[in-house]
Design a protein around this ligand. Structure first.
Ligand code: GLC
Length: 567
């Protein structure tokens, strides 16, 4: 059972909770326009209840020109007509609460849309009331605004090209770390901060249960805006801890209810994450760190791929387990709307191994210390889509990258290779509900391609079916609810030099859990010392019945995992 909504919860209630992320555009379409919407979500709540999750994180549904699928917001206090109405949102809060599920909204306040009234006012002239709500700067001395190289500094946008846009009408540049339709807010200005806090309180009053904070460690910029790597200069900037502590104080402090705050923090180090999540400092409950999803980035950037081995992934995630063992808290995730599908990237999506490897990845993730996040479709073992042409792409990051690289003479086929591997559109293909045309997602023309493998991989084929990827996730969610040791136990990494076995022990008040997970197709002999003392232990969960045999012959079949418990 999920946690109660109406009883006082321990401060760290989220350690035994599991969060489910909905990317509404791709979740469920109720009106046949090919785009998911809130009524679509309302129609699929049984799925969430069946899975047993405690919290839903809803990616942005606010009013937006949809330049970055809603991460460019033009009105924080209204719903985009694409997704529905405020009444639909209220109904969602009510219906989720009725099922014991909390709702966390996406908070995108590093930037607004350039169509937000704040920015529309700001850009009218250097004297505008809200001019200082954004980062405006004149052209570099000795240069004429609008000419190549005249930008105030040499920062590059995360979505290709310079991070500055020339505004001829008001004669200055504005900063946008993301697309030029996403101008960065100036958090130095106390009016900006107060406006954001007021908006957050408004949502809490409406009944929502917290926020996932988009790129929140980028909100404090070094005031002199020096030349250099924008990302390195801005991440965990000079006043970010102060701003987050103030936000906590001004927004959450007087509220009696239990909230969840998670800060998305690209580039955050474990040392910084301890500060952000140290309960005594009062900033955020947990972070999304990026170290493990940034593995495999080659010298040419995100789309230039290097191989990722299991030991690399393990070293990264286990390093975070150790670093946050006594102070702070972490989220656990392999998938989200910005990442390729985990089973294709870290598992084995060959049809013969897909299910087993998807389950094994989940076993590892959900038995670690931290709060697990399931991204829509991950619980079904959904895979990357083998995009065959650039015309199938929808994501602004990929499209801008293609435009830039094609202009530099790189052939389409070469570009597609990197995008197929790590492009964000992989995560954004519609959720596969059924094997019907439209995958049960839409009766219309979907805004992005549906993976043809929905005929085999879909929720209808897995719900209530023992051994399915979905039922395995459901068992893992229940395990976290039922076993205190999963939620709060210590973690001891084991056999860290093994090339294919991921093993660790959890311990709390004399209860021990052992997770053994194989990351190879070949049968794997578990080093006998790992099994010493586990005779007579109980198998609490396994990828398949074959995995339980490890107690008899010490071997795990290909891509199997098992969780043992002893008291
Ligand atoms: C975050 C979001 C991503 C978005 C970016 C800019 O990383 O997860 O989807 O493009 O911020 O808002």
């Amino acid at each position: 059972m999920p946690l109660p909504l109406d009883e006082p919860l321990p401060r760290d209630w989220w350690s035994s909770a599991v969060v489910y992320q909905i990317y509404p555009r791709s979740f469920a379409d109720s009106d046949g326009d090919g785009i998911g919407d809130l009524r679509g979500v309302l129609g699929r709540l049984d799925h969430l209840e069946h899975l047993g999750v405690d919290v839903v994180w809803l990616s942005p549904v606010y009013r937006s020109p949809q330049d970055d699928n809603g991460y460019d917001i033009s009105d924080y206090q209204d719903i985009d007509p694409t997704f529905g109405t405020l009444a639909d949102l209220d109904e969602l809060v009510e219906q989720l609460h009725a099922r014991g599920i909390r709702l966390v909204m996406d908070l995108v306040v590093n930037h607004t849309s350039d169509e937000h009234p704040w920015f529309e006012d700001s850009r009218t002239s250097p004297e505008a009331d809200r001019r200082d709500w954004y980062w405006w700067r004149p052209a570099r001395p000795g240069h004429t605004g609008g000419e190549p190289g005249a930008e105030p500094n040499d920062w590059r946008s995360f979505f290709s090209g310079p991070a500055w846009e020339w505004d001829a009408a008001s004669g200055e540049y504005y900063l946008h770390l993301f697309s030029r339709k996403q101008p960065d807010l100036n958090w130095e200005n106390p009016q900006v901060r107060e406006a954001v806090y007021a908006m957050m309180r408004w949502w809490l009053e409406r009944g929502v249960d917290g926020f996932r904070m988009d790129v929140i460690n980028l909100i404090s910029k070094p005031l002199d805006l020096p030349d250099g790597d924008a990302f390195a200069l801005v991440a965990d900037g000079p006043r970010v801890h102060e701003f987050l502590a103030q936000m906590r104080e001004r927004v959450f402090a007087d509220h009696p209810r239990a909230f969840l705050t998670v800060g998305e923090m690209p580039g955050v180090t474990a040392q910084e994450a301890r500060l952000y999540t140290d309960a005594d400092r009062g900033e955020v409950d947990m972070v999304f760190q990026f170290e493990h999803v940034d593995l495999g980035i080659g010298p040419g950037g995100k789309f230039d791929r290097l191989p990722i081995t299991m030991p690399l992934l393990r070293a990264s995630l286990m390093g975070w387990q150790t670093a946050l063992a006594d102070t702070g808290w972490n989220s656990l995730y392999l998938d989200n709307h910005d990442q390729p599908r985990a089973v294709s990237r870290f598992g084995d999506d060959d049809p013969a191994w897909r299910e087993r490897s998807a389950k094994t990845l989940a076993t590892v993730l959900h038995t670690l210390r931290g709060t697990p996040f399931i991204y829509q479709g991950e619980e079904l073992g959904m895979t990357n889509l083998p995009f065959s042409s650039l015309s199938e792409l929808r994501d602004i990051e990929a499209l801008n990258h293609v435009a830039e690289q094609e202009a530099a003479g790189r052939p389409a086929e070469e570009l597609l290779e990197g995008i197929r591997a790590v492009g964000r559109d992989n995560a954004r293909t519609p959720v596969q509900w059924t094997d019907a045309p439209g995958a049960g997602f839409t009766s219309g023309d979907p805004w992005i391609g549906i993976n043809p493998n929905h005929v085999q991989i879909n929720a209808a084929a897995q719900t209530g079916v023992p051994g399915s990827v979905l039922e395995h996730h459901r068992a893992l969610v229940a395990l976290r609810h039922d076993e205190e040791v999963v939620a709060r136990g210590t973690v001891r990494p084991l056999a860290m030099d093994h090339p294919d076995l991921w093993a660790f022990e959890r311990e709390l008040d004399g209860v021990g859990l052992l997770t053994l997970a194989s990351f190879t197709r070949q049968p794997l002999v578990v080093p006998p010392e790992l099994l010493q003392g586990w005779d007579g232990s109980e198998v609490v969960l396994a990828t398949s019945e074959g995995a339980a045999g490890v107690l008899h012959d010490g071997t795990l079949p290909g891509w199997e995992s098992v969780v043992l418990r002893r008291r």
